[in-house]
Design a protein around this ligand. Structure first.
Ligand code: NAP
Ligand code: MG
Length: 463
């Protein structure tokens, strides 16, 4: 696979300060497909300095002109869609259909939404005798995970650019090739030098240096709760803005009035997509006691359609596969009923895990509380609606969720859920709707106008 042996800093590809590299592995066949530079603190410093130097010019660029550059970026991404999808398949292992539709189509749509928002957002408003200005926060550090390689980048960089901020990206070490493609697209779209910079490297080296850099004004991080906590503490200590998009353990609440077959099938598909590596996945299915066995049978049948190596891709790396297998073993050890799947590797090569369904899961079990990040569903039984609500809200997380049933009842239930998003009866994903966590799922929102607001600070002029 084609890769740059350089970092993208100040509008050009330049060699890193040191010669270390990171191998990129195709998780479907475990082959090394490329190497990218392992950037260090010195490279991060060069990138932050480039972003700082570019800030006054970009911040002063009229929003309509920023919008035109972001629209050009969207167009380049769209023109290179096939290449993006192939790259995501190669470094993440996503099945080609998913790579094209979700991993490529979604970020192109999000880039388009920020071209439009940059052009239409009211960056000035009147409040009584004041004019309130929305100004860019400054230099943005974007630290992204591997699960949606391009989407995670675009969901941070596009609103930052729309706001007039400049950016330094440290992408996940597992998926740097998609990030390099994005940098090429930025270049082709004619964004001014230094407005976007890319430093590939290890989280503990380049990521840490970026999060600690005194000249970064805002850190936007998506990834594990453990790293998010540290970044939040760092940002607090330095009194800088921070947005954290962390884990989830979202509930798929099937009310007695629901279309059970549809709710279960959609719920299983929601978890199995991207091999379960989705922070907003509905990994806990909540079913009324009187329909429990029926739901378990439907779930097992739906999960069986996700054949590893076909519809179900591998996990991103060996460590994630081991982590997920460990959770499956823990589920069995703590007394849950393994309905289908299990810890055994379904294929001889590739980091695959079988689609796994657990029944008789009780709320204190590890598999009911912790984010597994694999193709694993836990089915819990509830006695009445109040019990369902206690279960739904009974984790430290609150990122997403679903409710199925009579619409009025479902909405009433959703209003009482401690979570950032709820899909009612299969409501479609909306790339303009604010996305982010209640409780320990994070701080701040991404996407749409709320996502743009993260990158703005306000100034009031009194007349
Ligand atoms: P992670 O380590 O938190 O990775 C997220 C990003 O942070 C990566 O770019 C990573 O670099 C970087 N990073 C790591 N340590 C850092 C540090 N000390 N300072 C600054 N940046 C740092 O997540 P992971 O290890 O890939 O995944 C572990 C678990 O996190 C998963 O099993 C899942 O539960 C959760 N997760 C959640 C999401 C989400 O969308 N919310 C996404 C991915 C993972 P490296 O790539 O070099 O580690
Ligand atoms: Mg990591």
């Amino acid at each position: 696979m084609k890769a740059h042996d350089a970092l993208y800093i100040d509008g050009e590809w330049r060699p890193a300060a040191t010669t270390g590299t990171i191998p990129v592995i195709n998780p479907a066949d475990e082959q090394v497909i490329a190497h990218v530079p392992a950037g260090t603190a010195e490279d991060v410093d060069a990138a932050v300095r480039a972003a700082r130097a570019a800030l006054p010019g970009w911040a002063a660029t009229p929003p309509a002109d920023r919008a035109a550059r972001i629209a050009a970026l969207r167009d380049v991404l769209a023109a290179r869609a096939d290449e993006i999808a192939a790259t995501v398949t190669a470094e993440l292992g996503a099945p080609p259909k998913l790579a094209a539709a979700v991993h490529t189509g979604l970020p192109i749509a999000v880039a388009g939404s920020y071209a439009e928002l940059a052009a239409t957002h009211p960056f000035e408003e009147k409040v009584g005798n004041s004019t309130v200005l929305s100004e860019p926060v400054g230099v943005v550090a974007a630290i992204t995970p591997w699960n949606y390689p391009l989407h995670q980048i675009v969901a941070k960089v596009a609103p930052a650019l729309a706001a007039g901020c400049t950016t330094v990206l440290k992408p996940a070490e597992d998926t740097p090739l998609t990030a390099q493609l994005f940098a090429e697209a930025v270049h082709e779209a004619g964004l001014p030098a230094g407005v976007f910079n890319l430093v590939t490297g290890l989280g503990t080296v380049a990521g840490q240096a970026l999060a600690e850099h005194p000249d970064v004004d805002l850190i936007s991080f998506t990834g594990s709760t453990a790293v998010g906590r540290r970044i939040g503490a760092l940002a607090g200590g330095a009194v800088k803005r921070v947005a954290l998009e962390l884990g989830g353990k979202s509930a798929n609440v099937i009310l007695p009035s629901a279309d059970l077959a549809r709710a279960v099938a959609t719920g299983i598909a929601n978890v199995m997509s991207n091999a379960g590596q989705t922070c907003s996945a509905w990994t806990r299915m909540l079913v009324p006691a009187e329909r429990y066995e029926e739901a378990v049978a439907l779930a097992a049948a739906a999960a069986a359609k996700y054949v590893p190596g076909e519809r179900l891709g591998p996990l991103v790396n060996a460590a994630q596969r081991e982590r997920v297998r460990g959770y499956i073993e823990k589920g069995v050890a703590e007394g849950a009923r393994l309905v289908t799947g299990g810890p055994r590797a379904p294929l001889a090569t590739g980091y695959y895990v079988s689609p796994t369904v657990f029944a008789d899961v009780t709320p204190e079990m590890t598999i009911a509380q912790e984010e597994i990040f694999g193709p694993v569903v836990s089915i819990l039984r509830y006695e009445d609606v109040e019990h369902a609500l206690a279960l739904a809200n009974g984790t430290v997380y609150g990122l997403a969720g679903a409710v199925w049933g009579d619409e009025e009842e479902a909405v009433a239930f959703a209003r009482r859920m401690e979570t950032g998003q709820v899909d009612i009866n299969g409501g479609r994903f909306n790339p303009l709707a604010p996305f982010g966590g209640y409780k320990q799922s994070g701080v701040g929102r991404e996407l749409g106008a709320h996502g743009l607001a993260e990158y703005l600070q306000t100034k009031s002029l009194q007349f």
